[in-house]
Design a protein around this ligand. Structure first.
Ligand code: NAI
Length: 326
């Protein structure tokens, strides 16, 4: 039998975790033959709520679950973790400026990056879900100088999956037939879902849809503002779909994509003029526990414009937290 893998999850009392933890324990993350130890981090006032969630996890009698740790100490939560899914973040409260939100989260991810640096597995794969996800991942990466920078990623997969679903519906084809979608940039409404290269059973989706007005006036805003539309309809932000995307992101990173493209926020290598180190959504393929950026994608004028908008936003966020990282 395989030995258990330690999976750390932060924000364990929150709504995304309420979907995510059960699926991890069920084997959806690392496979049905891989035992798991869950290491759950919360802020002190939420620890009691976590014990309630863990009572429910116990009541599922998951065969793969080999242990659960509950803590408010990042160095306990991240000890020997091979996977760290950082969901917990400070939400925007009433009257909070964007700059305050950035610095409140920078403080959290600085501490958590330093704890990962100190106690996690040297191969820990980090996924940041908590917003602003790209910049939070950047802060954690910068605060963990002894860990490989490429192990810090941000979640663009929910945007990727939202785009796949919209495209499949528009083109009238099954989601499973779609390949080669790219979502570029920041996990924010500025992100650029790009189906210029997308195929359905090998044929161009762009040619099949053949409607650039739909792309610009319907598709891009629908995917970009999907989070807000869900809050409007549900009264709460997307949680089960975010948990599902986190599972997809980590599972594909660990188990591979068989040549298929997925979108991940990863530290830039300078491609497409994105300054090195900025955590930027790009298409990747995964194999052997590593992701590889898809190279050689040409940018037309419209795509260049879209990339610039989302990059400018990320540069602004990076500059906004620079002082805190000193
Ligand atoms: P939530 O508010 O229900 O749960 C967040 C939990 O994190 C709370 O229980 C809170 O106590 C905890 N937390 C706060 N600071 C913490 C810290 N320093 N250490 C450990 N835990 C901490 O929020 P929800 O709905 O679960 O969303 C979590 C985050 O995910 C939010 O920032 C949200 O904006 C983001 N999100 C990101 C998506 C993406 O695609 N990247 C999609 C959907 C949500």
């Amino acid at each position: 039998a395989k030995s258990p893998i330690r999976v750390a999850v932060t924000g364990a009392a929150g709504q995304i975790a309420y979907s995510l933890l059960f699926r991890i324990a069920n084997g959806d993350l690392l496979g049905k033959d891989q035992p798991i130890i869950l290491q759950l981090l919360e802020i002190t006032p939420a620890l009691q709520a976590v014990t309630g969630v863990v009572m429910e996890i116990d009541d599922c009698a998951f065969p793969l679950l080999a242990g659960v740790v509950i803590t408010d100490d990042p160095e306990v939560a991240f000890k020997d973790a091979e996977i760290a899914i950082l969901v917990g973040a400070r939400p925007r409260s009433k009257g909070m400026e964007r700059a305050d939100l950035l610095s409140a989260n920078a403080a959290i991810f600085k501490v958590q990056g330093a704890a990962l640096n100190k106690v996690a597995s040297r191969d820990v794969k980090v996924l940041v879900v908590g917003n602003p996800a790209n910049t939070n991942a950047y802060i954690a990466m910068k605060s963990a100088p002894d860990l490989p920078a490429e192990n810090f990623t941000a979640m663009l997969r929910l945007d990727h999956n939202r785009a796949l679903s919209q495209l499949a519906a528009k083109a009238g084809v099954p989601v499973a037939s779609l390949e080669k979608l790219a979502v570029w940039g920041n996990h924010s409404p500025t992100m650029y879902p790009d189906y210029r290269a997308t195929t359905t059973d090998g044929a161009s989706v762009k040619a099949k849809i053949n409607d650039e007005t739909w792309n610009r006036e319907t598709f891009l805003p629908t995917v970009g503002k999907r989070g807000a539309a869900i809050i409007e309809a549900r009264g709460l932000s997307s949680a089960a779909s975010a948990a599902n995307a986190a599972i997809d992101h980590v599972r594909d990173w660990v188990l591979g994509t068989d040549g298929g493209w997925v979108s991940m926020g990863v530290p830039s290598d300078g491609d497409h003029g994105v300054p090195e180190g900025i955590i930027f959504g790009v298409p990747v393929t995964c194999a052997g526990g590593k992701y590889t950026r898809v190279k050689g994608i040409e940018m037309d004028d419209f795509s260049k414009e879209r990339l610039k908008i989302t990059l400018d936003e990320l540069i602004g966020e990076r500059d906004g937290v620079a002082e805190l990282l000193k």
